[in-house]
Ligand binder design. Sequence first.
Ligand code: HSE
Length: 421
Amino acid sequence: MVKIGILGVGTVGASVANILEANADIIEARAGKKIVTKLGVVKNLSKDRGVNIKLSDNPYDVVDDPEIDIVVELMGGVEEPYKLVKKALENGKAVVTANKALLAYHRYELQEIAGDTPLMYEASTAGGIPIIGALRNGLAANHIESIQGIMNGTTNYMLTKMINEGAEYEDVLKEAQELGYAEADPTFDVDGFDASHKLLILASIAYGIDAKPEDILIEGIEDITQTDVAFAKDFGYEIKLLGIAKKVEDGVELRVHPTMIPASSMIAKVDGVMNAVSVVGDCVGETMYYGAGAGGDATASAVIADIVDIVRGNTAPMLGYKKCLEGSAFELLPEEDIVTHYYLRMEVNDKPGVLAKITNELEQFDISIESMLQKPHKNDEHVKLLFTTHACQELKIQAAMVELKRLDCVHGKITMMRIEK
Ligand code: HSE
């Protein structure tokens, strides 16, 4: 018999305990041993968790218990779980964690501490989708060319409702919170940080890149308006918050931002809380992974898969490689060197010569317009100008935006969104 202890019996922790009980037969058949939850740890013992397991409010009752074989960390936060996971590993216990923030900051130290002790984290990225296993095991023969995906269920749920139903931002955010998709602090979802944690984990397995969230380009969904949605529809795009890791000549691009993507692409059709990740390998070509990216049972499914793998003795090295991955070949590409297509929205005077001034500014930075739309604004003297550019360097579009803002004919903020073709 294998005994586990669960640190954090919230939505996911309760699902783990309940599924281990409800599906005990099939799980035992697959793992080859019976798996039982010896203890769960919570902050507040008086709250009903809807589980049939013993509870404690002291995490060391799990971490230091010699009878517990596997510690399941589902607490959230970074420093406290780091301390406890470290202690559990030092005590020789295998660890399963769903904590993407912990891994976004400490994955390399934890790999070092773990050594040959299993440390698994399938549930940290894209909820129930077995993307870590796919990248670490299934695609082990490949050089990874790109990873692109919807890695946050809350924002995909919000964007779907805003785009398909014209729903208001605040209302859909509240719904996502009520459904249990959002983080305790939902700004992590809408600002793109949650997706960045997941992207960094995948980028470590694919490219061995040791970056932290503050090292990469992260933008959230808060500036998207119905004007952008309508433009995207007219020009054959969908808007999705994407995590992108792409190998280019001089390094690897890592970025999270709202993105216009062709409405005909598979990822564009992924709606609601669902996540989808496309991985392109040099041998296999494009592979796609789709499923629930948030929610108690879906995430618990991935947690239990890790537990079963540990019990079977099937563990891979934590980040999927035993020695340095391709030497120092993969460097994080500086943000300003990213090359892509851009969409710009600005409010301008409705007067002769205004377009010429704007295109003249863009010409100074060698930026070429691909498509353009002018829309009346509620203020009769102004119009909204929306356009897309041919591929250009991030450095140039950022500099051009600074200059455009200085023009007398341009009013207020200029909104920019990147386009992936
Ligand atoms: N808040 C996250 C999401 C939960 O919405 O995807 C899963 O990591």
